[in-house]
Write a protein that binds this ligand. Sequence first.
Ligand code: NAD
Ligand code: UDP
Length: 316
Amino acid sequence: MSSSAKRILVTGGAGFLGSHLCARLLAEGNDVLAVDNYFTGRRENVASLLGHARFEIMRHDVTFPLYVEVDEIYNLACPASPVHYQFDPVQTTKVSVVGAINMLGLAKRVKAKVFQASTSEVYGDPTEHPQNENYRGSVNTIGPRACYDEGKRCAETLFFDYYRQHRLRIKVARIFNTYGPHMHPNDGRVVSNFIVQALRGEDITIYGDGMQTRAFCYVDDLIEGFVRLMATGDDVVGPINLGNPVELPMVELAREVIALTGAKSGLIYRPLPMDDPLQRCPDITKARTVLGWEPKTQLREGLTKTIAYFDTLLSA
Ligand code: NAD
Ligand code: UDP
């Protein structure tokens, strides 16, 4: 191992973001240990990494303790799509909270730096727009999204208590909607749904009137943000928004996907799920200032790469 190489643990390493992160960390010459229980992650996502001498993957559920020697931990294990995190809501809160406690405990024991994949969902259905890190959020504690939102909020609390109480080196990123290759084709998130529907020639499902907004970040840009945040000095702990501040309504995303795939799909309207946020867009001033980071990939370019990925996957 070269002197600057680190031993890095990535929980949720077989998932969408985790698999890209593992590839990036390996490319930088690190030893990477991925752990995953394959709830939403897939072996195919890490298939190309398996022959790499510095890569290891372990089947493990982070709600159980883990004992490994590492220098850094990226804690990503948790289903991210509303369909998947609402499938077993009790487990979602458990993985967020108990998973965080286990990773913080490990970080404390081995004196590792620890990164938390938090989320824009901590802002709930926001009453301030765009959302900056000082906004405290508007979350329905008893709704169907609460298992995820409150689980992630509690995880942030734990991270900051470990920081204050045990002087742990923490990095908390609040991730906004991200898309790209390795998303699960059935995970129900809007970008994967629209692309898969268009490629199959099916109608595109718009929830509500489609005027609700999101802002989409391409995965490579996000991973760059992760790595920059982890590399900051110990005084930078976050929370810090990572996302692309280019907001658009869901009907517009559907039209863009139809145009780029050349599909003949129409739009069909379905009820808006309960507590579905009406608008969301990150204020990334802090990321720009502290990390010198901002997304580079235009939506059209990112969608084109993602469409090519799903096209290959669906025709395999
Ligand atoms: P994903 O569902 O593709 O990945 C999550 C991974 O965690 C999967 O591989 C899954 O199998 C694994 N996992 C779930 N429960 C586990 C457990 N108990 N033990 C071990 N592994 C477990 O989702 P993603 O989009 O890659 O999200 C990764 C992280 O980033 C999540 O923590 C998510 O909350 C956060 N995040 C993602 C987005 C986004 O837009 N992708 C936005 C905000 C936050
Ligand atoms: N959505 C939609 N059609 C779909 C899937 C999602 O209109 O087939 C909407 C959903 O209601 C939400 C937005 O797209 O307003 C983003 O949904 P996603 O599940 O990707 O993530 P969220 O940001 O809600 O967690």
